[in-house]
Ligand binder design. Structure first.
Ligand code: NAD
Length: 452
């Protein structure tokens, strides 16, 4: 029997042991989920499914503090982030609880009869979650999948299983039938791969690295299995000379150092128009050095540690290759700390400019004009997010349309909301999550012609 010792990344001390499931246990969970689907969850009256999802949302709401505390300890998230993340699961469940009664089909004019379409659930959906945002990413998968009438088997990341396990318990407490939402901690190479290869799993929702995403896409091809991929990013924050430079410099750290930079949407490149480049850097410095990097158990903490010693070594590997222009502080101790760090470069081939660091490091580069900014922003294999700071709204829209990326914000550092679509261009992903269409993506559209 194998198990994993969960570590508090702020102190490098053990939190608890978690059993890692075997292939046989995974098969049993998938088969039980299939049984819960046929004649069970799939066939429940839509209003009843809606009611149970709303109950699940209110049970999550009653446990926001407990879930947040688990995430502070397990993932090193700040209290503010962790409370937001637990609340996000509640909000997703509430939002998608409106979907069961609204999965409309269509009636299409045809000669000699009537043509109807139906939205049929797929069956068992496998959700594979990374360690950086364990709660929201789980909810973005399971809430619309359950609302559409599917059952879900969810594998949390090895490093961060605790909140997902608790959410599974809360689902049962709320009255969801057994095996409708199963949480199965385990290794990617065991549980994750079995979700991909098991024929009863009809769709994979994967969020994680682009490298593993490619393997999963290849694995799904074998059974033409449906899948969505939410993968890596190397997104740009573009600051034009006409922008409110104070506001752009004050918010830029939160666009990249939130969750210690372990954020697929991190704007880890800042492009600044040359005429305001020095002014921007002068204003960015106090915003970065003033960040409160503290043990996240302290309510005042704005940035916590990295998730693991390995992740810290990866980030330090990037920093060893460059000169840091300025950096913030860390509290020290045994936790996996790296200070928020700013690097300046004019080398668009540098590793720091091209690769996802997934840590609190941002690279800043000057640009000359709008065309230059768009070309630099698009010169990447990724396309997940990005920001544009300008007082010229027409330019804001023009540049947002020109940047090849799924989630852009103008004069704001984030564009992620559960009621708007989320996903990537290019190697940042495939398909969209969230937004009003998400439940339909967990169905097949069936076409039925009835002759008369
Ligand atoms: P990862 O790819 O190493 O792991 C993600 C999940 O996949 C884990 O649960 C892991 O156990 C599982 N896994 C690993 N190998 C597998 C395999 N062969 N088959 C099936 N499952 C397998 O990613 P990570 O290090 O946990 O997360 C960080 C990455 O996730 C970053 O690249 C980040 O950009 C990306 N990410 C993307 C989004 C998004 O929405 N686009 C959101 C968060 C994180």
């Amino acid at each position: 029997m194998s198990s994993y010792t969960v570590i508090n990344p702020a102190t490098a001390t053990p939190v608890t042991e978690v059993h890692l499931a075997s292939v046989e246990e995974t098969d049993a969970a998938i088969e039980a989920a299939q049984e819960a689907f046929v004649g069970g969850w799939r066939d429940l009256a839509p209003g009843e499914r809606a009611r149970l999802l709303r109950r699940f949302a209110s049970v999550v709401d009653a446990h926001v503090e407990e879930l947040a505390e688990l995430e502070v300890r397990n993932a090193g998230h700040t209290w503010g982030n962790a409370r937001w993340e637990a609340g996000n699961v509640r909000d997703c469940l509430n939002y998608y609880s409106a979907a069961p009664e609204r999965l409309f089909g269509r009636q299409i004019p045809v000669p000699g009869g009537v043509d109807l379409t139906f939205r049929e659930p797929l069956g068992v959906v496998g959700v594979i979650v990374p360690w950086n945002f364990p709660m929201p990413i789980a909810g973005w998968g399971f809430a619309p999948a359950l609302a559409a009438g599917n059952t879900v088997v969810l594998k949390p990341a090895e490093l961060t299983p605790l909140t997902a396990i608790r959410l599974g318990e809360l689902a049962l407490e709320a009255g969801l039938p057994e095996h409708v939402l199963t949480i199965i901690p385990g290794k990617g190479s065991v549980v994750g791969e079995r979700l991909v290869t098991h024929p009863l799993v009809r769709k994979i929702v994967f969020t994680g690295s682009t490298a593993v995403g490619k393997q999963i896409m290849a694995g799904c091809a074998d059974q033409v299995k449906r899948l969505t991929l939410e993968l890596g990013g190397k997104s740009s924050n573009i600051v034009f000379a006409d922008a409110d430079i104070d506001a752009a410099a004050a918010t830029a750290p939160y666009a990249v150092f939130d969750n210690a930079g372990q954020d697929c949407c991190a704007r880890s490149r800042i492009l600044v128009q040359r005429s305001v480049y020095d002014e921007f850097l002068d204003k960015l410095e106090p915003a970065v050095t003033g960040m409160r990097v503290l043990d996240p158990s302290d309510e005042a903490s704005e940035m916590g540690p990295l998730i693991s010693a390995q992740q810290r070594a990866t980030v330090r590997g990037f920093l060893d290759e460059v000169e840091v222009a300025f950096a913030g502080n860390t509290p020290g101790g045994d936790g996996f700390w790296v200070p928020p760090s700013v690097v300046t470069t004019e080398d668009a081939e540098a590793r720091i400019w091209r690769e996802e660091v997934f840590g609190p490091v941002v690279a800043v580069m000057p640009f000359d004009d709008e065309a230059d900014a768009v070309a630099l922003a698009n010169d990447t294999e990724y396309g997940l997010s990005g920001s544009i700071y300008t007082r010229d709204l027409a330019r804001g829209l023009r540049v947002a349309r020109a940047v090849e990326s799924g989630n852009l914000s103008v004069n704001s550092h984030s564009a992620v909301r559960y009621w708007t679509p989320f996903g990537g261009y290019k190697q940042s992903g495939l398909g969209r999550e969230l937004g009003p269409d998400a439940p339909a993506a967990f169905t097949e559209e069936k076409n039925v012609f009835i002759a008369h």
